[in-house]
Design a binder for this molecule. Structure first.
Ligand code: AMP
Ligand code: MG
Length: 505
């Protein structure tokens, strides 16, 4: 019908068909409520790869009808919005009831790989908002959006971020800022604190219901086991250990590892203050509010284990045996060590496992610490190291080693380590080219440095969202050279040293 003047009809109302699995739990688990509309919303950024997970294109997300749904300004037919209740330990102290203070679940949608929940962060007050205003600011929304997508591209388990919607509505933090909503995706947003809520509330019936639901939805293979709850604890413990090993291997730090921010699926969850290690310091604290350094880089593995113990405590009534619970938790340390060591070997380009590999990596961390070497630059540059030292001072190999050496204040220390490293590479007959190719697939060239996020935020606050889009594009391919974006891989500028990230978001 070439000459038809009929407008095209859109069969689908939104492109999203919601189910409400979480809402099938008893009402004590949540409050049904409507998001507070975001005044005059505009699209700030969309992740095409996250959108694709729920069968949408970036263009579809940008359409006003769909964006209204992804912002909470309109409710899709079939969606039953709710906020979940949970509790948690904050900075090691029992905090009692918390809950989704500004997050609203729209429901779950069928994706290519199971179902994904669609959750709005910053969609207005809920019964769990306590003193908060239920909003998120543009600044922290951009940070969460970019980091979720960067982590996914790094291969680290994480919740995803589909889009950010902004508004001129004022939100007051330390200063006046503007509001935004991040639309997040995850198979489940259930937290360790969701279990603690029923344990400390002495509602073991609800605790069992929650555990059975999580097993049925996310760990069906555990249901038939003799000890399904111990198996659940052991699996969550293993996943948590793996996630944190991966964080450590890329230098990622989560600034608020409270039990209410720990995902029952072992996903990186709730990006508030976070950071990627730049000048290496094991004691680095990425959250300005964390004055004691509970969540410093070096502490994160132990804190992950502490949090698993908090989950184990909460599951004790179901497992019904202290020794079985402890045995499930005992998975943590070996799982962490094994995964971290294997990631480190890969980062060093080692193909075999040798008894003294930890000596080599411990020595490396000691010199990185002493010279405060940029973590990402070092590992990326190490890929250019050659087994045979070059005799020609102007050869690419010699220059590459120079670049690496120049990252250290204490160059003799680097030289001494390089002797050990060379010997280790020779021992396994390592070949420069294939080793570099493999190393470049594990040592990212691009990570979300604080100053890069800050630059994108400052432009976005002036309504120029181009830098958010550029960063997203770069960070979705962190292992690629992307020569046109070389400057995004460089050392942070001096002004970046004074950037502080706090809990305020
Ligand atoms: P966080 O440690 O940032 O994940 O947040 C801890 C608790 O505070 C959670 O229950 C959040 O939902 C809640 N919260 C944080 N910011 C706000 C806000 N602006 N309004 C309402 N609740 C908030
Ligand atoms: Mg949280």
């Amino acid at each position: 019908m070439q000459n038809s003047i009929q407008p095209e009809l859109h069969a689908e109302s939104s492109g999203l068909t919601f189910q409400n699995a979480f809402a099938a739990l008893p009402p004590a688990f949540y409050t049904r409520l409507m998001p507070t509309p975001l005044p005059a919303p505009y699209l700030v950024a969309v992740s095409a790869s996250a959108a694709a997970l729920v069968g949408l294109s970036a263009e579809q997300v940008a359409r006003p009808e769909l964006l209204a749904i992804l912002t909470g300004n309109q409710i899709a037919p079939g969606s039953q919005p709710l906020s979940a209740v949970y509790s948690g330990h904050q900075f090691g102290v029992w905090a009692g009831q918390l809950g989704d203070g500004r997050a609203i679940l729209l429901g779950d949608v069928v994706s290519g790989n199971g179902t994904l929940e669609v959750q709005l962060k910053g969609a207005g007050k809920t019964p769990y908002s306590r003193m908060g205003d239920g909003r998120a600011v543009l600044r922290s929304s951009i940070r969460e959006f970019l980091c979720s997508e960067a982590m996914a591209a790094l291969g680290i388990p994480t919740t995803r971020a589909l889009c950010i919607t902004g508004s001129d509505q004022t939100v007051v933090r330390e200063t006046a800022e503007t509001a935004a909503v991040v639309t997040r995706l995850a198979p489940s947003f259930i937290r360790f604190g969701s279990f603690e809520h029923w344990y400390y509330g002495q509602r073991h019936d609800q605790l069992k219901l929650l555990a059975d639901t999580v097993i049925a939805q996310s760990f069906p293979e555990l249901a038939a086991l003799e000890q399904p709850y111990a198996a659940l604890l052991s699996e969550v413990t293993r996943r948590t250990a793996h996630m944190i090993a991966h964080w450590q291997a890329v230098g990622f730090m989560h600034g608020v590892m409270n039990t209410d921010n720990m995902s029952i699926l072992g996903l990186t969850l709730d990006y508030g203050p976070f950071g990627f290690m730049e000048a290496f310091d094991a004691k680095h604290i990425c959250n300005h509010t964390d004055q004691q350094g509970r969540y410093s880089y070096a502490m994160q593995p132990q804190i992950g284990e502490w949090n698993c113990y908090a989950l184990g405590q909460a599951l004790l009534p179901l497992i019904d045996d202290v020794e079985t619970t402890k045995a499930a938790l005992a998975v943590y340390q070996p799982a962490f060590a094994e995964h971290f060591q294997s990631l480190l070997r890969a980062k060093l380009g080692l193909q075999t496992e040798q008894a003294d590999d930890t000596t080599l990596s411990d020595a490396l961390f000691a010199i990185l610490q002493a010279s405060h070497v940029d973590f990402t630059l070092f590992f990326r540059s190490l890929g250019n190291f050659t087994v045979e030292p070059s005799t020609d001072a102007h050869s690419p190999a010699a220059e590459a080693e120079h670049t690496l050496r120049d990252l250290f204040i204490d160059r003799d220390a680097f030289d001494a380590w390089a002797v050990q490293y060379r010997a280790r590479l020779r021992q396994e007959n390592s070949q420069d080219q294939p080793r570099k190719l493999a190393m470049d697939q594990i040592n990212p060239k691009y990570v979300l440095r604080n100053y890069l996020a800050q630059q994108a935020i400052e432009k976005a606050e002036q309504k120029d969202f181009s830098e958010v889009a550029t960063l997203l594009q770069i960070l979705q391919h962190p292992f690629d050279e992307q020569p046109e974006y070389e400057r995004y891989a460089e050392l942070p500028p001096d002004w970046a040293q004074h950037l502080e990230v706090s809990c305020s978001s």
